[in-house]
Design a protein around this ligand. Structure first.
Ligand code: AMP
Ligand code: ZN
Ligand code: FE
Ligand code: FE
Length: 281
């Protein structure tokens, strides 16, 4: 089964496989291509693209950004076909990663105050040099130290919104995140809309469409048939590209296989043409 998986993370953020290893796995899974969409990072793209050339896998430059909508709360936006050398994008995500590092320390403090004696050093050892620190890195330490059964359990007990170790991130506004992606020559896509409260989803999609959203992730490892149908209908009505991806994170999400969600080449072409509308050259 060929096709493209448009949502995958590597060790540059909170995945557990290095960029080249993600691409090697894509080749094994028979994918024609994938988008590497690390949180607040484009630093894995050069390695992934080099591996892609070697293995015959198309690697699309991607990124995942977190944003905050005043009504709907946290949402994630995927950028596709972004220029990984874009100065404004690089500066902004570097500062988001600095914020993530400070938040990592704050999470450790909160956990220690709750009686969980992990250290920032232990967390730092889970994070590849220069990578974007995320809650899954903290989750891995909680598991290793016996405070949770697995990464999911660590979120449920300690790290999810409302749990003792939760520290919110400073987030972009959706308008800024979309503009940042467009200014870097990319197309902006709403990721996994199921993570938004059901009552807020449609309003959010309409607000985002009004500020330049290009697509919506219809197929995702967390989306059931009913959600896919709803999101596909919104995409059609609002003229958005209907995309899809697994949200692969390696061992941090052991039940989500790379290539378990696939889209066809037409989807890539549609995204590329939306990206060109915003392109600078
Ligand atoms: P962060 O960007 O540091 O807030 O971490 C976000 C990442 O943690 C997401 O990409 C997911 O992979 C993971 N995550 C967020 N919420 C949960 C949850 N409730 N259960 C399991 N994983 C989660
Ligand atoms: Zn992630
Ligand atoms: Fe996400
Ligand atoms: Fe993701």
């Amino acid at each position: 089964m060929p096709g493209f998986d448009l949502h995958a993370h590597s060790t540059v953020s909170d995945g557990t496989l290095a960029p080249a290893a993600v691409v090697a796995l894509a080749a094994q899974a028979g994918l024609e291509g994938l988008a590497l969409t690390d949180h607040d990072h484009v630093g894995g793209l050069a390695e992934a693209q080099e591996a892609g050339r070697r293995l015959g896998v198309e690697v699309i430059a991607g990124i995942e950004l977190s944003a905050e909508d005043a009504q709907a709360g946290e949402l994630h936006l995927l950028g596709y076909f972004v220029d990984p050398r874009d100065g404004a994008l690089l500066a902004r995500i570097a500062s988001l990663r600095d914020m993530r590092a400070r938040r990592g320390a704050a999470m450790v403090e909160r956990l220690r105050a709750a009686g969980v004696a992990i250290t920032l050093d232990e967390v730092a050892r889970e994070v590849a040099p220069g990578a974007a620190l995320g809650r899954p890195h903290v989750a891995r330490v909680l598991v290793a130290r016996g405070h949770a059964r697995d990464v999911q359990d660590a979120f449920d007990r300690w790290l999810a919104d409302g749990r003792p170790g939760y520290v919110p991130k400073e987030r972009l506004t959706p308008r800024d995140a979309i503009a940042l992606v467009h200014a870097a020559g990319g197309a902006a896509v709403l990721a996994h809309a199921v993570t938004v409260a059901e009552s807020e989803r449609e309003g959010l999609v309409r607000r985002l469409a009004a500020v330049g959203l290009d697509g919506i992730e219809v197929a995702h490892s967390k989306h059931g048939p009913k959600e896919r149908a709803t999101f596909a209908a919104w995409a059609k009505e609002l003229g958005l590209v209907a995309t899809g991806g697994s949200d692969f994170h390696g061992a941090n999400k052991p039940d989500v296989a790379l290539g378990s969600v696939r889209v066809e080449r037409e989807t890539i072409d549609a995204l590329r043409s939306r990206a060109r509308r915003h392109g600078r050259s």
